[in-house]
Ligand binder design. Sequence first.
Ligand SMILES: [Zn+2]
Length: 298
Amino acid sequence: MECGTLILRGSPSTLIASCGGEVYVVDPGHGRKRAKQVRREILKHGPSRVTFLVTHFHSDHYTSLAEGLLDSLEAPVAVAAPRVDAPALRDPLLRVTLTFGYPLPGDSGLLTYDPLPVRVDSEIDPPTRIGPFEVVPLPGHTPGQVGVVAPDGTLYAADSLFGERVLARFGAPYHFDPCRALETLHWIRDHLGRYEAIQPSHGPLTRAAEAEALVDANIDAVSRLLTHAREALEKRYTLDEATRHVAKSMGAPGDPGLLLLIQATVRGALACLHARGEATALADDGLVRWSVAPKESR
Ligand SMILES: [Zn+2]
C-alpha cells in the first residue's frame, strides 16, 4: 500500500504517515497548541483510524494526547508505546521519579513539562512493525526507547541523538543510562547506510551525507560525559560533586531544573560503570562516595 509521510516540525518534531485512510503519528508532542496542529494535519487525510506511537516516556513527546488531541478525534484511536516505558506514560509520578530521581509533583516549579497521565492501548516490544513503520530499539535515553524507520528511509531517532544546537545548549545530553545510549549511537552509526536521512526529535532533518557528523558529535558528547564520570571516580566524589564536575567540564548552564537532569544522567553513568565493574560505592561519615572499583572485583 502507498503511504505518504511528512514531518511536522517542532521540538519534538512529529512523524505522520497516511496509508489508505489509516493515519499513524509518531510523537505528537506537548501542549494544547500542538494538539490542534497535529489534529489539523490528521484530519486532512479523513482517517478511518488513527494510531499514535510514542517513542519513550518523556512528557514533551506525547502529553498533547491528554491536552485535547485524543478527545477531539472522531475516528477510532489507539496509543502504542514501548512495553518497558509504558507504565511511566500512565503514571506521572513514576515518570518524574525515573527522569529526575526525585518524586517531584507537577506543580514543583522544577519540571520542564506538565506530567499528565496518558493511556496506553498497546505495549510493543521492538524490533516490530506498526503499520508502515519498522520499529527499532534505541535504549539508553530511557530504558525502553524506540525509533521508527519510515517508508521513505528516514530514521526517526527520537532522543537517541540530538541536533548540534541542542547539544551545545544543554552541554551534557540527558540519558537514563549513558553506557547503553553510547552503544545505541554506535549501532546507529554502523547502520547509517540503510537510511536516507536521520530525524532527531529535537533538531533538523539530516540527510545521509551529513548524518555521520551528527552521530559522531553525539558519540563525542556521551563519551566525554563518561570520561568525566570516570574522573569523578578517581577523585572519590559524591553524586553532587560528580554532577558539578561533569556540568562544569561540559559547560552546562546552572539552572536547577537542568542540573537535576544532569545529576540524573551522572547517577545513570555511575550506575552503569558500577554494573561494568569499574565503580564502587564507599560510605564516608554519612556520605556516599563513588570510587574506582578495586582491581580484584573487575
Ligand atoms: Zn526524551
